[in-house]
Write a protein that binds this ligand. Structure first.
Ligand SMILES: NC(=O)C1=CN([C@@H]2O[C@H](COP(=O)(O)OP(=O)(O)OC[C@H]3O[C@@H](n4cnc5c(N)ncnc54)[C@H](OP(=O)(O)O)[C@@H]3O)[C@@H](O)[C@H]2O)C=CC1
Ligand SMILES: O=C(CO)COP(=O)(O)O
Length: 323
């Protein structure tokens, strides 16, 4: 299976490294500097510095070069997936969606964006607790690899699996997507708790109540509870809510320290998907009649409300049943 990767950020590069354990890989990146660094020095010094890359990874700046691939890992940020897929010449190649987010404006999950751009192309979702740097250097990692077509799921899993990269099978594509998209927003909230010095009890409470929020939203959108409780949901929530290696968590730390979202996002080259997903997630939840108070609080913070005010109003909510 000839694998192509769309996106030369940290995660696209780490996944290329995973796929390169089983054969050659072609990675498309927008930045000429990234293409040159991978081809000439086997390094992505812009997005994944310090990790020696496999010589089996070749990079290109031309999407047309992906025409001969048997499967494409789509790792552009969620807001750019539609634009990139529309430019791809081949429209029926299986797509493995690896971005975590909801498209602003349309409120579509990445799977819906991909289906609209490539109607009929087989779709899989790869998601889970996966800091790119750890995956790229070969630390043990497990993911959900969800696909409605079980034969394709098995072929993809066989191609990507290695002793340190373990894909678990699922047919719940929407569940795998929702976990990844929602946890980024909740990670911002957990970062705020850290930045504001509210303690570890508060963070654990936020993870548990955040998971309740993710589950309510996921079930309303047709996800299965066991997927949300698995690697791509709870697993990734726990990872991203616990470490400053997470860009979303770090953004929250800054907000909790009283810095503005505009300043924090201004000079970032890397993506914090939760900042884009939060407002559309809040809209989608309101439309579905799902209560998501933590997501709403993150939206207020991103709009500039002071952290102390947002935290006070979250804590002043009427008491309710835990379920
Ligand atoms: N980093 C991680 O540990 C993980 C990330 N993810 C998810 O993977 C996705 C990609 O994140 P990541 O690789 O970390 O990104 P990075 O923050 O490392 O890099 C930014 C990426 O955005 C791309 N980009 C910026 N503008 C555009 C555009 N206009 N069109 C297309 N691409 C653009 C860049 O492409 P270029 O190189 O061409 O500039 C680059 O690939 C996100 O959805 C993220 O949530 C999932 C699991 C783990
Ligand atoms: O999705 C991730 C880990 O699974 C990466 O999280 P961040 O995008 O917050 O860095």
């Amino acid at each position: 299976m000839r694998i192509g990767v769309i996106g030369g950020g940290a995660w696209g590069t780490a996944l290329a490294q995973v796929a390169a354990r089983g054969g050659e890989v072609l990675l498309w990146a927008r930045e000429e500097e990234v293409v040159a660094a991978i081809n000439d020095r086997h390094e992505n010094s812009m997005f994944l510095p310090g990790v020696p890359l496999s010589p089996a990874i070749r990079a290109t700046g031309a999407l047309d070069d992906l025409a001969d691939r048997d499967a494409l890992l789509v790792v552009a940020p969620a807001q750019h997936v539609g634009a990139v897929l529309n430019l791809l010449p081949s429209k029926d190649t299986p797509l493995v969606l690896c971005a975590k987010g909801i498209e602003a404006g349309s409120r579509r999950l990445v799977g819906e964006v991909a289906q609209a751009a490539h109607p009929g192309a087989p779709i899989a979702v790869l998601s889970g607790p996966t800091f790119a740097h750890e995956v790229a250097v070969g630390l043990p990692t497990a993911v959900t690899l969800a696909c409605a077509d079980s034969a394709l799921q098995v072929r993809l899993a066989e191609r990507l699996a290695s002793p340190t990269f373990r894909p678990y099978a699922s047919s719940d594509v929407i569940g795998a997507e929702i976990g990844g998209a929602v946890k980024n927003v909740l990670a911002i909230a957990c970062g705020v708790v850290e930045g504001a010095g509210l303690g570890q009890n508060a963070r654990a409470a936020l993870i548990a109540r955040g998971f309740a929020e993710m589950t309510r939203f996921g079930l309303a959108r047709g996800a299965r509870a066991e997927t949300l409780a698995g690697l791509s949901g709870l697993g990734d929530l726990v990872l991203t809510c616990s470490s400053t290696s997470s860009r979303n968590f770090s953004l929250g730390v800054g907000l909790g320290q009283g810095r503005s979202a505009t300043d924090l996002l201004a000079d970032r080259r890397t993506v914090a998907e939760g900042a884009f997903t939060a407002p559309v997630l809040a809209e989608a939840a309101a439309e579905a009649g799902v209560d998501m108070p933590i997501t709403d609080a993150v939206c207020h913070l991103l709009q500039g409300a002071p952290a102390s005010e947002v935290i006070s109003s979250l804590l002043a909510r009427p008491r309710r049943d835990e379920a």
